[in-house]
Ligand binder design. Structure first.
Ligand SMILES: NC(=O)c1ccc[n+]([C@@H]2O[C@H](COP(=O)([O-])OP(=O)(O)OC[C@H]3O[C@@H](n4cnc5c(N)ncnc54)[C@H](O)[C@@H]3O)[C@@H](O)[C@H]2O)c1
Length: 278
């Protein structure tokens, strides 16, 4: 086991470049000052990850945008003055060193596959678990020793309402999201003494390319108009009848990196329009 000396519990000092984020305004929820912090956002080239990368860069962090789509990662990184990294996160034996030295790790990359359990391709199931559970484990494992040494770290796992509730035909996705919930809580318990928090963010349907693809697929499968799919299928359990915008998820991620959130750890923060209130 790596030997590190525990620091006093989360002072939440933003590090060498500590700025105005220390005062009461920060505690009341102003944007955190993340200058000097290094962030890694997986799947940061699109949708929620891209919005998170923007928020973290806007707060002053140096952001690495890791994605299997190298060209999209390049564009996303260029937009925020960050660093693109071409990486297939499902190739878990090739992730060594990627996350070492990061202060903020957003485990976001994910995919969906829809099929009944008895027809679900085993290799797709295995790949989804590698991408959405094992890769986060490997990255966190790499990142923690440095975070422990520096006495500060933020792990944010983009889980889903499907980390808390099941839906039919999404066995790999629901299994993976429930898995990341458990991993996140263990990291929270181990990291607390070193100033490291770990949390899950649990959105229902967010307006991203991933969901736009699902809307089109379901419209075809059910012979419905796309609007009807959104209304009748996606928003069925949501009390607030609209899709979430990626920026709304990113704002919560920004909050989790702020001094105001230093007591928030091991939590699963639903952003689901009331779905899980049922
Ligand atoms: N969109 C939603 O409604 C919604 C709701 C809840 C949770 N989520 C979760 O949010 C995360 C992001 O989803 P999104 O909707 O922004 O999707 P998206 O498809 O817009 O973006 C996902 C990104 O991940 C990248 N990616 C996919 N496989 C990869 C791999 N093997 N290695 C590296 N990068 C890879 C893609 O290239 C893409 O840039 C996922 O974990 C998803 O499960 C999404």
């Amino acid at each position: 086991m790596t030997s590190v000396t525990p620091r006093p519990p989360a002072q939440d000092a933003p590090g060498p470049a500590a700025g105005p984020a220390q005062g009461p305004a920060a505690r009341a929820g102003a944007a955190p000052d993340l200058s000097g912090k290094r962030a890694l956002v997986t799947g940061g080239a699109s949708g929620i990850g891209r919005a998170c990368a923007r928020v973290l860069a806007g707060a002053g962090a140096r952001v690495v945008v890791a994605d299997v789509d190298g060209e999209a990662a390049r564009r996303a990184a260029e937009e925020i003055g960050g660093v693109p990294l071409l990486a297939d996160l499902s190739d878990v034996d090739r992730l060594d060193g990627i996350a070492a030295g990061t202060d903020i790790l957003v485990n976001n990359a994910g995919v969906q596959h829809v099929a009944p359990v008895h027809e679900f391709p085993p290799e797709v199931f295995a790949r989804i678990l590698r991408l959405m559970v094992e890769a986060p484990f490997r990255l966190v494992r790499d990142a923690l020793p440095g975070m422990y040494e520096r006495g500060w770290g933020r792990i944010v796992n983009i889980s889903s309402v499907h980390g808390l509730r099941a839906s039919p035909f999404k066995s790999a996705y629901v299994t993976a999201k429930h898995g990341i919930e458990g991993l996140s809580k263990v990291i929270a318990l181990e990291g607390a003494a070193y100033g490291v928090t770990s949390n899950c963010v649990n959105p229902s349907y967010v307006r991203t390319p991933l969901v736009e693809g699902q809307i089109a697929d379901q419209a075809r499968a059910h012979g419905m108009a796309p609007d009807e799919v959104v209304e009748r299928v996606m928003l069925e359990h949501s009390a607030v009848k609209r899709l979430i915008e990626p920026e709304e998820v990113a704002a919560l991620v920004g909050y989790l990196c702020s001094p105001a959130a230093s007591m928030v750890t091991g939590a699963s923060l639903a952003l689901d329009g009331g779905w899980t209130a049922h």
